[in-house]
Design a protein around this ligand. Sequence first.
Ligand code: SAM
Length: 211
Amino acid sequence: MVHSSNKTLEKVYAARTDKDRREAYNDWAKNYDKDVTEFGIQLPYVGACVFAKHVDIGTGPILDAACGTGMHSLPLKMMGYGGFNGIDISDGMLAIAAERKIYENLQRMVLGKPLDFPDNYFPVTYAIGALAPGNAPPESLDEFIRVTKSGGLIIWSTHGHINERTQPFHDKRHALTRAGLWSIEFETEPFVSMPTGDSEIMHAVYVYRVS
Ligand SMILES: C[S@@+](CC[C@H](N)C(=O)[O-])C[C@H]1O[C@@H](n2cnc3c(N)ncnc32)[C@H](O)[C@@H]1O
């Protein structure tokens, strides 16, 4: 099954195992910023705007989950936010994030597995471009809720177009709401996130408040 007409994106969306994901992003890391810029990536701008609308400067520490190269957090750092803790499955992506000097800590961790952080720790968890087919799975949200403070925010994106691979992410967010673990505070409309990369792919950004 083909998930994207774009060969570069297809490699990451088709990943089935953590090893596949790590290798795909390690291989892509050096060209990631250049390629997604050519694809007209919108997520870093939209994510940073949503973040700035909901989070006061000085709030921290911030969990930046699947931080990649950090391109979505650079505008926030420039605005005066700090206390970023970046985690990612790919050493290659983390190495480029380190060069940007945004992060106080960078660690390799795998979303979908238990995270090495205490309960009720971060006032904000931020995960842009992370939860998607082939990337971090819907269960990542369980750990986000565990490590985010009660009353804190989880700002994250997933694909806004619905098909059999994207639906589980929406089923999970609604199940967590029904379970009373969080509530929606804000959501964007779905938008085409890489217009010159694959115009079929949409994303939406959500803000949930942890109960
Ligand atoms: C599309 S990039 C987005 C990076 C960054 N958040 C941004 O918006 O620029 C997805 C990132 O998720 C990471 N990733 C994918 N699956 C992961 C997983 N299960 N656990 C941790 N990181 C993962 C990749 O290594 C990659 O850096």
